[in-house]
Each structure stands twice: as C-alpha cells, then as structure tokens.
Design a protein around this ligand. Structure first.
Ligand code: DGT
Ligand code: CA
Ligand code: CA
Ligand code: ZN
Length: 583
C-alpha cells in the first residue's frame, strides 16, 4: 500500500485552486505531476524519505512540487495548499459538479459573489446575480440553475474510480491487522458498479471489536460514524466505509450476501425456497423438515457457508461472477448452465482510442507509444481530435495536420514491438453527420472514431437516429463514448441500445466502452442489450496520458457487467482480425 494516490489528490487540489486563482501554467503543471505520482511504481513515502532528489526523479516533478511532496509526507500538510484553501474557502468538488462550472468559474464566483457551496450558487442564480457579472450572462445563469438538481443528486454517489483504489487500500490495511483471517471487498465496489454509495468490506475474525477499532485508527480515516463488534463505519477520503466482521466459518455466505445486489439476492432466495432451501448471510440451510423456516436465521441443517463457491454449489448453481449479479437473468442462466464465459483483463491486446499532444493529449507520440509498448500491447491506435468547434481549446487537427501526423506516426511506429494504427477521432454533429475531417482524409487512416461531443445532455430527446446515421457513415469504425455522459457531471443522451446494437452489427462498427471512470460509456446494461443484437464492443481508455492506460481495468469490468465474452470485444482479437474489422 502506497500513498501515491493520496499525494496525487493533494496536488490536484492545488491545481484546482491555482485554476480558481487563474494562475496561467501552474494548474497543468500540477495535474501532470499528480498523474505521474499516482502512476509511479514506487511508494512516494519511501522516495520522500530518501529525499528531494529521489522525488524529483519522477517525470514532471521539479524542485518546487517535490518540496511540497516531501513536506506533506513529513508533516501531513502543505503550507501553500493551506494558504490557497484560506484564500478560496469553497467546496470545490461540489461547485464543479455543476455542468459548466469549472475551478476557474468557481474562483470567480467566490471572489465576486462569495459563493462557497451549491446552496449559495442556487440562491445567487435565483436572484439573478450571476448574469450581472462580466462574461456570464442570462444563458449561463439559466444553465447553472438547470443543472443544480443533477449536481445535488451527484453528491450522493461516488465514482468507482475513486472508491476502488480506496477499497484496495483498506483491504491491504486490514489484511495486516492482528487476528484478521480473511478480507474481501463486497457490495457495489465488488460488482464494479460505475458509482458507489459506500464501500463494504468483510473480515473474518474472532476479534471483531479490536478489528473495528484498528480501522478507526487507519491514517486515511477522517471520521468514525459507528463502532461495534460486528459493524464499524468510518469516512475515509470522503467516502463511507462499512466494515462487517463475521466468524471465518460464515465468511462465504456473508460475502455472498453483502456483495448483493439486493435484487440478485432476492431472486436467489426465491429460487432457493422452491428447492426447500433457505439462503441468508449465515449460510444455505435445508429447511425441508422444518415446520416454520422463518422462525430463525440458522434453522435447518446447514449445507454451506465457508466459501461463496460452496454457497452457490449447495444451491446447485455454478459460481456467478459478481459483475453480473444484477438480477438481469443471471440466476436463470446459471440454472441452465448458460452463464457467459466473461472476458478478462488477460484477454486484452491493445487500445484503439488514445490521444497525443498533437491535439489535446498531454504527452508526445513517442511517450505514448513507449508506454503502450511497455504495457506489452499487440497493437495501439493514435486517434487525435479533428478540428472541432473549439471544444478542445482549438487543439484539433485540420486535414493537412492529419496528413502530417500520418507520416509522423508511421516514422515513430517503425521498429517497435507494438503494431500502430493511424486514426482520428471526429465529431458527430446534431444531425449525425461526421464532421471536422474530410472524407478523403478519413479514407486514408486505419481507424475512425466518431464521437458525439456537442448537443449532449438530457434535453435533446431520443438520439438513436443521430447515432445510427454516424454508424452508417462508410468510414466510421468505432462509435466513441456513445451517450456522452460524464458521471455526476452530465447526463447521458437518450438512446435505444437494441436499435444501436443492430445498426452497429449491420455496418461493422464497434460500440465503445470508454474506460475513463468519469464516463464508463456504454455501461453494462446497455452493452448487454447491444451485444445480444450482435454488436461488437471495443474497450478503450481515450488516454491523454500513459497513466490513464490503467483505466482499462474499469472498461474490461464494464464489459463483464455487459455479459461480454472475449469474442464480443474487439480488443481481444489478434492484429489481423482487427485489421479485417477496420476494413
Ligand atoms: P451501494 O452501496 O448503494 O452502491 O450499493 P450496495 O449494493 O453496495 O448496497 P449496500 O451497501 O446498501 O449493501 C451491501 C449489500 O448488502 C447489498 O448489495 C446486498 C446486501 N443487502 C443490503 N440490504 C439488503 C436487503 O434489504 N435485502 C437483501 N436481500 N440484501 C441486502
Ligand atoms: Ca455499498
Ligand atoms: Ca453499505
Ligand atoms: Zn477521445
């Protein structure tokens, strides 16, 4: 367990605050440093102990940022950060969860109107104070008002991308606590649901009280909510963590129960009852000779409880992967021996949607290809943005630039162990036209990713036709992040996944699962429907830096939530098969 993610969070907070202050280059500098610290293979606390020189070995970490890292590890705080927090005492995450409000806007709103949180923001918008500010206007103010409700709901659930690393850390921490026999993550985190209400952790131990106490003393804990011999709840890094402690003998049945989903459990319990079996967090019980099976938690003969496999086996079912325990037919499929053979991270051979500093990426072509090669990919596609309507700060490539980049990619790709596809990411406009790059140029690249980047949100009504039109375009190979959602930040556009899946299958276009934890788009429920229509999906990171290659895990687990087998996922195919698909 290292503290890299924690340090990266502090650096990102500094970046946000500098952006609020509108200090030119500093935000990006801090974000790049944060990303490299998060991704660094060695523990940042060990480097800090060695000294500044060791810390500044990390790319993009110079003396000034390095000193702050050492200061944080040594003292637990950073003076500069404290100053910035004093200067901007705002709930940054809360404010920036409103679509259209970034750190810079939040800073301005604080300085001019004293806005610190969502309530202040709503009040100012209702009183029409925001439209009076220079550069804001009535439209902006109405937009803010429209999106506040969504932002409020978004406060209630955290991103899996934040919860999952924290869950791994808490698991590592508890594993080393005395008298702990087994530890597993349960709940929605184990099912890889894109958002989580809290993190559920299960421990097998005879010393519940002291295990609970140990958790409250973990250095990431900010608040103890409750503590007891079987259940302890804390808040750590802003996320609630529920710990349950059971005896080792009942660990399997407790893990099954607390993994959920609640709907899966209910369907499973009803299925069991028809077989005269009772299933709960204490085990599977034979209640055929019991007069009143509801009379107690442990009535009847216990058939299984030690492992999850044994629990499902006692119900005459194969073990069901957590990702598909959502009551979408998995219990019936298990009964019929028809569970999918789900894709795994090991099956994954390469990323087909990525960026470089030719457009809005943060790293050079060479750096990105080096990193792809290091990950051992068979293939890799460079798909920078076409020249768009200013969405990417005018970083997109005009036709001539695309042609120049083709040469650059070919030169940089020579003599590498990874096969490199040339490509472009282009915009799908409101009518489904593939714009930005001319058809001649599209015809000359290996892979065309067409993505909706504008006209998003909930207001447009059903947009299946728009996306189907893009799928029908002769050069399009991948439909990128199809619904355009940004979790907790921008709602998904409405679409019919079965119509989309059928069109994609017919035209040989792959539907993307964008692995960025802010997107996870498409997501499991839609993927399952589309794949049933014969669609192929493609799991891509849309990486703007090498550290974002790590998102692949989220994408693959999302494919699993969509019941994908390896063949359903383009990125498990070999390079010749992918070339054939791209046509
Ligand atoms: P979350 O935290 O909202 O993202 O979702 P979960 O699934 O982690 O739900 P949570 O934390 O409330 O409870 C963890 C698991 O415990 C849940 O997935 C299934 C089980 N569970 C909780 N309440 C019930 C219930 O009322 N009935 C059944 N059958 N199972 C429950
Ligand atoms: Ca939970
Ligand atoms: Ca819970
Ligand atoms: Zn992209």
């Amino acid at each position: 367990m290292s503290r890299n993610a924690e340090v990266a969070e502090r650096l990102e907070e500094i970046a946000d605050l500098y952006e609020a202050k509108d200090v030119g280059y500093k935000p990006n500098m801090y974000r790049r440093a944060a990303s490299n610290v998060r991704d660094y293979p060695e523990a940042i606390e060990d480097l800090a102990e060695e000294g500044l020189d060791a810390v500044t070995e990390i790319d993009q970490v110079g003396d000034s940022i390095g000193e702050k890292i050492v200061e944080y590890i040594e003292t637990g705080s950073i003076e500069r950060l404290e100053e910035l927090r004093d200067e901007f005492p705002v709930r940054m995450q809360e404010l920036t969860s409103v679509e259209g409000v970034g750190p810079k806007t939040a800073g301005e709103l604080y300085q001019k109107l004293g806005i610190q949180n969502l309530d202040d923001l709503e009040e100012a918008a209702r009183n029409q104070e925001i439209r009076e500010l220079e550069g804001f206007g009535a439209k902006t103010e109405e937009n803010i008002l429209d999106h506040i409700e969504f932002a409020r709901q978004a406060q209630e659930r955290d991103l899996l991308g934040d919860g999952r690393p924290l869950a791994d850390d808490v698991k590592a921490f508890l594993t080393d606590v005395e008298d702990v026999e087994r530890v597993e993550i349960a709940g929605s985190t184990r099912r890889w649901r894109p958002t989580i209400g809290d993190i559920d952790v299960l421990v097998a131990s005879d010393a519940g009280e002291s295990v609970g106490e140990a958790l409250t003393e973990w250095d990431r804990v900010e608040e103890t909510i409750e503590i007891g011999p079987t259940k302890t709840s804390v808040r750590a890094s802003g996320i609630r963590v529920d710990l349950r402690v059971v005896v080792d003998e009942e660990f399997g049945s407790a893990l099954q129960y607390f993994t959920g989903s609640a709907d899966h459990n209910i369907t499973l319990r009803n299925y069991a009852l028809r077989k005269d079996l009772k299933v709960n967090e204490y085990g599977v019980f034979d209640v055929s000779d019991v007069e009143d099976p509801e009379s107690g938690q442990r009535v009847g003969e216990r058939l299984a409880s030690e492992t999850e496999e044994a629990v499902y086996d006692a119900l005459d079912l194969p073990w069901i992967p957590p990702e598909i325990r959502e009551d979408r037919g998995e219990v019936e499929a298990a009964q019929n021996d028809a569970l999918p053979d789900l894709v795994t991270l090991d099956d994954y051979r390469g990323d087909l949607h990525t960026h470089t500093d030719w457009s809005d990426g943060d790293y050079t072509l060479e750096e990105m290809l080096d990193a792809a090669e290091e990950r051992g990919y068979d293939y890799y596609a460079v798909t920078d943005h076409g020249e768009g309507p200013g969405v990417f700060g005018d970083t997109g490539l005009a036709d001539d630039d695309v042609l120049d980049q083709l040469d650059a990619v070919e030169a940089e790709a020579a003599d590498r162990d990874v096969e490199v596809f040339t490509g472009i990411e282009t915009n799908v406009d409101a009518d489904g036209n593939v714009v930005e790059v001319s058809d001649d140029v599209l015809a000359g690249v290996d892979i065309v990713v067409a993505s909706p980047h504008s006209g998003l949100g909930e207001d447009g009504g059903d947009q299946t036709d728009r996306l189907v039109a893009a799928i029908e375009h002769e050069h399009v190979d991948v439909l990128g992040h199809p619904t355009g959602r940004l979790i907790n930040d921008r709602p998904a556009m409405e679409l019919d996944p079965s119509e989309l899946g059928a069109a994609a299958a017919e035209h040989g276009v792959a539907l993307e699962i964008n692995s960025n934890p802010h997107r996870l788009d498409l997501w499991g429920e839609l993927v399952k429907v589309a794949v049933e229509e014969g669609a192929t999906v493609t799991v891509n990171t849309d990486a703007h830096s090498p550290s974002e290659f790590g998102y692949t895990e989220y994408g693959v687990h999302t494919a699993r939530r969509g019941w994908c087998e390896p063949d359903d996922v383009l990125n498990t195919w070999d390079v010749d098969e992918v070339r054939d698909f791209l046509g």
